[in-house]
Design a protein around this ligand. Structure first.
Ligand code: NDP
Ligand code: 2IT
Length: 448
């Protein structure tokens, strides 16, 4: 059996009931086959793929906190420190009831390659908790965040592991966690990114993932003789990534007409009103029904099992920005049938393996999240640099660095896809380019 197949089987058998982790590993290993099989014995002898797929460290902990009724609640906390070959562990924290170890491992594994692609010195990690911030009071969120950090603090640090936000973790949660870290360690350091601007945050970090997604998408389109201007865009999600993707798409002359949350979706024939969306989601933390109520051109559709939501809308470009496996084979067929010619992932692994294959086979330009959503973590690394030198850069300075990082990422994966004889396969290009840097660093550091 080939080394790649052997390692995939090992991953499945040693990590039962972690389908998202298996899926992420399968996609990467399939892309690496051409690289590994050119030098299989060397890779096998040093067990490079086993080392790549086993996290350096997994931390799992109890998070007890008291709700507003005086009831003690208990949640399950995780931090997976996956790979530190090229820098301190770096990656977000997700607070969502669906969080489990397999999901955090898939996210941590993806993060290794994403962080490598940014060209910045950051290793891969991810964490989170099955806590649901929805419907909780600010005091409850604070009590939870303080308890979460009361355990996590001992495992992280500005040069060890630097968490940030992800689903359910934004400026409010980062603030509460930073306060608790500082209090316990008596140390004011850049241990978290995505901080508020008054206490060490970077300008443009809030916008970075969505903006970066559009910078990369624009470059991918440009290199294929197209652009965003005048195009109809279907976006899913209504959180941090989706909001700023919609905003930048409009600045580039595109027309985003959809967004969604976990209970329903919007089709707005006039194009999404970003100011209203921000008011509903960032200020009121409300449902999208409130957007529809305030906007005559918008239709609200309740989410229903078996229906395909935003992907049934006729569009030129699709940007999935909500969560994993939200775009399946049926959705991909609907997109192709409606003339969609490009899909770029804002979320992590939003497209199933079957859907990805279908889109690529039907000539749709497809950019995987580990490349197209890397602007968030790249700007987090810029926040770390600013914290280290105790200076703050202007919005324009950070934004222009972000723009060149995203353009470089696209060319890096485009070049890798050509070099390995898979021109236009940006999934393979991203996985190979991300892997080669990490593998070289691992080799140089010996068996560890
Ligand atoms: P937010 O919490 O700000 O927003 C998430 C959005 O997706 C919400 O609209 C939410 O709806 C929806 N959503 C979440 N889970 C589900 C679900 N299971 N089913 C349907 N809808 C869901 O998160 P972000 O915008 O930060 O993250 C979105 C994606 O982007 C994630 O995959 C994340 O890993 C990825 N990402 C985030 C980065 C960042 O910097 N924030 C960087 C790179 C990637 P509702 O409010 O109803 O729950
Ligand atoms: O998935 C991701 O890249 C993030 N959630 C952002 C991580 C970070 O450290 O900024």
């Amino acid at each position: 059996m080939s080394y790649v197949d052997e390692v995939y089987e090992l991953v499945v058998s040693k990590n039962p009931a972690q389908p998202e982790f298996h899926q992420a590993v399968k996609e990467v290993l399939e892309s690496l086959r051409v690289v590994i099989e050119a030098d299989e014995e060397a890779y096998r002898k040093e067990a490079l793929l086993e080392r790549l797929t086993v996290p350096e460290r997994i931390i799992q902990f109890r998070v007890p906190w008291v709700d507003d009724q005086g009831q003690v609640q208990v949640n399950n906390g995780f931090r997976v420190q996956f790979n530190s070959a090229i820098g301190p562990y770096k990656g977000g924290l997700r607070f969502h009831p669906s969080v489990n170890l397999g999901i955090i491992k898939f996210l941590g594994f993806e993060q290794i390659f994403k962080n490598s692609l940014t060209g910045l010195p950051i290793g891969g990690g991810k964490g989170g908790c099955d806590f649901d911030p929805k419907g909780k009071s600010d005091r409850e969120v604070m009590a939870f965040c303080q308890s979460f950090m009361t355990e996590l603090y001992r495992h992280i640090g500005a040069d060890t592991d630097v968490p940030a936000g992800d689903i359910g973790v934004g400026g409010r949660e980062i603030g509460y966690m930073f306060g608790q870290y500082k209090r316990i360690r008596n140390l004011y350091e850049g241990v978290l990114t995505g901080k508020g601007l008054t206490y060490g945050g970077s300008l443009a970090r809030t916008e970075a993932t969505g903006y970066g997604l559009l910078y990369l998408t624009e470059e991918m389109l440009k290199c294929n003789g197209k652009d965003i201007a005048g195009k109809t865009i279907a976006v899913s999600g209504a959180g941090n990534v989706a909001i700023y993707a919609i905003q930048k798409a409009q600045q580039l002359g595109g027309k985003p007409v959809t967004c969604s949350d976990s209970t329903g979706w919007i089709y707005d024939s006039e194009g999404i009103d970003v100011a209203l969306l921000k008011e509903v989601k960032e200020v009121k933390r409300a449902r999208l029904t409130e957007y529809a109520a305030a906007r005559p051109s918008a239709e609200y559709h309740e989410k229903k099992a078996g229906e395909h939501g935003v992907w049934t809308v006729k569009c030129d470009v699709a940007l999935p920005c909500a969560t994993q496996n939200e775009l399946d084979l049926e959705d991909a067929k609907a997109l192709v049938a409606n003339g969609c010619f490009a899909v770029a992932e804002g979320a992590n692994m939003p497209t199933t393996l079957e859907a990805t294959e279908y889109l690529q086979k039907n000539g749709v330009l497809f950019c995987p999240g580990k490349a197209s959503n890397a602007g968030g973590v790249a700007t987090s690394a810029l926040e770390m640099s600013q914290n280290s030198e105790r200076l703050s850069w202007t919005f324009e300075e950070v934004d222009s660095k972000l723009q060149s990082i995203m353009v470089n990422i696209f060319h890096n994966l485009d070049d890798a896809s050509k070099k390995y004889g898979m021109e236009g396969d940006y999934v393979a290009g991203a996985n190979i380019a991300g892997f080669l840097k990490v593998a070289e660093a691992m080799r140089a550091q010996g068996v560890c």
